[in-house]
Design a protein around this ligand. Structure first.
Ligand code: ADP
Length: 383
């Protein structure tokens, strides 16, 4: 009996899940938060939930703290593989891969493309390699799913050399992989058709998928484009950015702060980036933010349907997509012309199938950790 670990490393946190390697049964999950500060490790397992102060000045120490916390659950079983969520695999990587020095160097070269995520993903890999020296390290990319989309959907209308550099990579690919596999298993007719998957969490994107293959997606070169998100605006006229630079004197760091941390639901409402808080608040500002969020979903759903020449169904996933019936209903309200009609009772009851029109509407929980765990198991076995 052996085990696998999945890690999702951010700037100051590492989320982890422990799986039995053979059955892929998830045995525990948790996170280390405030790495570099007064770090806290949260662990949820069959025995319940614990929170412990740990010493984690860096990602390596955090990975060792995770190992120490999991030790009683391992009961002598070795951790044979550690699978990492990595935001960027570049233009070529279309599948998970084993980590080598050459792969690490390739991924480090991509840091400028995702400066807020990639360096921390790599810090997580290096930390895990220290804490779990006998385990295979596997990287799974958020961009990989989208590499199979048509070349036309991979470009901006820019001249060379920018056309080759500024590709429309797309993100949230591990979530789209899971949803596609779930559709193949539970709704094969829909899987064979044209589907818009709406991944609505703190980050949000939508993806057009035809017969299990990616067609196009709302995120592009970075994770800023497309839908309105918790703290990111989504689609914005590039002329507005030029104006902010020229007339308001904003520099790159200030723009990064504005576009990644201060905009979206938080910026529009001035209240919160958290959808639950906005729905409870109910003020005019909160309503404006929620209305904009929903209107962007409707508009992108229509655009993605057009990119596929029609639509057989929509899938909601992510924290908001899975848990907020109001948002699902409001986002679909004007899309009857696409055959999308929400069954109010099924939606309110949290049913998995909430469509009442010719196009299906499903709610499917995402599970990026399982996608990583399975890929890690396969690469550890040499499949
Ligand atoms: P991340 O992108 O960080 O993984 P999640 O997928 O966990 O984020 O989604 C977080 C979002 O889901 C938050 O805006 C949160 O308010 C929202 N959410 C979670 N549960 C509910 C709920 N019951 N009703 C409305 N929104 C919810």
């Amino acid at each position: 009996m052996t085990t696998l670990l999945t890690l999702n490393a951010g700037s100051s946190s590492i989320k982890f899940s422990l799986f039995a390697a053979e059955s892929l049964r998830e045995e525990a999950r948790g996170q280390v938060e405030s790495i570099g500060g007064s770090a806290v490790l949260t662990l949820k397992a069959a025995q319940g939930k614990t929170e412990t102060q740990v010493s984690a000045p860096d990602h390596g120490a955090a990975a060792r703290a995770i190992l120490a916390a999991l030790m009683p659950l391992l009961e002598g079983r070795p951790v044979i593989g550690v699978g990492h969520r990595v935001v960027h695999g570049g233009a070529e990587r279309s599948a998970p891969t084993l980590v080598t020095e050459a792969v690490l160097a390739e991924l480090a070269a991509l840091e400028p493309l995702a400066p807020l995520h990639q360096p921390y993903n790599l810090a997580g890999i290096r930390g895990a390699a220290q804490a779990f020296p006998d385990a295979a390290q596997v990287v799974c990319f958020d961009t990989a799913f989208h590499r199979a989309k048509p070349a036309l959907q991979d470009v901006h209308a820019l001249p060379q050399p920018y056309r080759d550099t500024l590709r429309r990579f797309g993100f949230h690919g591990l979530s789209y992989t899971h949803i596609t596999e779930e559709l193949a298993r539970t709704a094969p007719d829909l899987h064979a058709g044209r589907v818009v998957v709406l991944h609505l969490g703190n980050g949000a994107s939508a993806c057009a998928i035809h017969n299990g293959q990616p067609v196009t997606t709302t995120m592009g070169f970075s994770a800023l484009d497309g839908l309105c998100m918790g703290t990111r605006p989504g689609q914005i006229d590039p002329g507005a950015i030029l104006y902010l630079i020229r007339e308001e004197g904003l520099d790159a760091a200030q723009l990064e702060d504005l576009l990644y941390r201060k905009s979206g639901l938080l910026g529009l409402s001035g209240i919160s980036n958290d959808m639950r808080a906005l729905l409870e608040d109910g003020s005019a500002e909160a309503e404006l933010a929620v209305d904009y969020f929903c209107s962007r979903i409707a508009r992108e759903t229509g655009a993605l349907a057009a990119a596929m020449g029609g639509l057989d169904g929509v899938v909601f996933t992510g924290g908001i997509g899975e848990n907020a019936p109001d948002i699902r209903a409001r986002a679909m309200a004007g899309l009857g012309f696409l055959g999308l009609d929400v069954d109010g009772a099924a939606n309110a009851a949290g049913a998995p199938d909430i469509g009442a029109g010719p196009a299906r509407i499903l709610v499917v929980p995402t599970d990026e950790e399982r996608v990583i765990a399975r890929a890690t198991a396969e690469l550890c076995r040499g499949d």
